[in-house]
Ligand binder design. Sequence first.
Ligand SMILES: Cc1ncc(COP(=O)(O)O)c(C=O)c1O
Length: 361
Amino acid sequence: MVRDLHAYVPGEQPKIRGLIKLNTNENPYPPAPAVLRAVRKATDARLRLYPNPASAPLREKLARLHGCAPANIFVGNGSDEVLACLIRVFVEPGAAVPARHAARATVQYLWPCYSLYPVLAETHGARAHAVPLEPDFALPAVEKLRRGRSWRFNAALSLITTPNAPSGRGYSTPELEALCVAQRGPVVLDEAYVDFARDHALPLALRHPHVIVTRTFSKSYSLCFQRVGYCVAHPDVVAALDKVRDSYNVNGLGQVAAMATLDNLPYYRRNFARVIQTRERIRRELSGMGWDVLPSDTNFLLARPPGPPASEWLARLRARKILVRWFSSQQLAPFLRITVGSDAEAGALLRAVAAIRRREG
Ligand SMILES: Cc1ncc(COP(=O)(O)O)c(C=O)c1O
């Protein structure tokens, strides 16, 4: 029943003057000037018209970028919509499924991961099945999953956040492929943060018909506001996704912005490098102040502060107008998740941490 569902809880978007927002993994750098120009240019009387219903020109451009066919590409209203459509395609709502076929109604994921997955499963009436990652957020080996008996190799859909959120840990393509090959049901590799990583697993979507790689323009391409995401998958999967999406699922200005983004990749690649450089600076300097900072392949860091509990650090940083994210679950409660901002924002964060430490000492 809808009454019993739990809505997804996004990071806060408070309108506080001078606030440094390091809580929702947005990119600190603006879209390329040419992207802003393209959006402005498209903002005229044509807004009365429907956009391209299938985002066809964008699919063609993405296919060229990834060396595949347009038939391998599906575009959605953010990768959130792509994930929702994938569940609609592959997972039977639980009430209609006899108990002996429970796997057909199971959305499975390695936990912790993107916290939208259980929400999407629940709203679809499916069974959300979480299997823990290793304590250090590594992928469990296939043999261990077989022995553990909790992982369902025949689940209707399995989702892996790679690199992982909220830990930031990256996974190698061979270890992901070993798990995909062992899996009988479809596997989604959610690569929302992959442009900040050392490795990516896109070839697996072109090599294995049951592997789907999702990507987004939100994070690395500074385009959260426009809501454009996509996946690379077997043409049969793309055809099925096209049956379950809304008819005009990607808004026109989003399509324009995403197309212009793909024409300006060198600008964004420079920004990836800047974010990675700032990430490593924060990691180094926080470690120097006694924090336990996990290695990251993303645009955020999971870090355990010394002294007071992480929730207390959250409040103290907020009092200094720096907003980071804290998750209350047992495994994550000792940590803060800190989005890598600009170098100036990193400087402010590090100064605030040093000041809080001095007051503590
Ligand atoms: C792992 C992961 N996947 C997908 C998304 C959704 O991205 P989009 O803005 O494309 O819907 C997020 C956003 O936070 C994310 O963290």
